[in-house]
Design a protein around this ligand. Structure first.
Ligand SMILES: CCCCCCCCCCCC(=O)SCCNC(=O)CCNC(=O)[C@H](O)C(C)(C)COP(=O)(O)OP(=O)(O)OC[C@H]1O[C@@H](n2cnc3c(N)ncnc32)[C@H](O)[C@@H]1OP(=O)(O)O
Length: 154
């Protein structure tokens, strides 16, 4: 179950490698709200996203999709807290202050990965999130992320 349009399709001017619709060479992940404080993302790896063994997903790609899914969630939440639809009015941007990933099991390259992010805490300057990444139903990575609000000229 997911709510509404993809968060990334509502954030303007985003050239990010992991989540920017404007980046033709990027991963172009899509995240969706699932209720108030939770969001989901499904990403299908390509063969060249592999680790040393070709059957497993590269750890940097795992970190990138977690980074982008959680930071875009923090941005969309920032708009929600401001009482605005995502992408409307003055831009609200967050950057990654901290990204702590635990790699618990290898993720298969030929299976989509499913991410679930949860907002744990929010203040004016930062949002703290957790994230789980599963492959074929198996928990492969967990993460803690601090998203820090930055000026719209960042
Ligand atoms: C174009 C459209 C794109 C829109 C779409 C973009 C989506 C992009 C998705 C990918 C995101 C990225 O990869 S961004 C790229 C990677 N990240 C970066 O390059 C960031 C580099 N670092 C910085 O610019 C800075 O250090 C910041 C912004 C993170 C922090 O700036 P600052 O000025 O030092 O902030 P400061 O006031 O000290 O802290 C504010 C609050 O955050 C907390 N805080 C700050 N850093 C940390 C930390 N590492 N770990 C824990 N907590 C932290 C502080 O305790 C404080 O909490 P409290 O006291 O208030 O409670």
């Amino acid at each position: 179950m997911r709510d509404g349009a993809a968060i990334q399709d509502q954030i303007p001017d985003n050239h990010c490698f992991g989540c920017g619709p404007q980046n033709d060479h990027g991963l172009q992940i899509k995240s969706y709200w699932r209720g108030e404080n939770e969001s989901v993302c499904e990403f299908t790896p390509l063969p060249h996203h592999c680790a040393g063994p070709t059957r497993y997903l590269n750890g940097g790609i795992i970190a990138t999709v977690i980074d982008c899914h959680t930071i875009c969630t923090a941005i969309a939440d920032g708009y929600r807290q401001a009482g605005r639809d995502t992408g409307t009015g003055n831009k609200i941007w967050y950057a990654t202050g901290k990204l702590e990933v635990q790699y618990r099991a290898p993720a298969e390259i030929d299976e989509p990965v499913e991410l679930t992010a949860k907002i744990l805490e929010r203040t004016e300057r930062k949002t703290v999130l957790s994230c789980e990444l599963k492959s074929a139903g198996r928990l492969c990575a967990t993460a803690n992320v601090v998203a820090v609000r930055v000026p719209d000229n960042w």
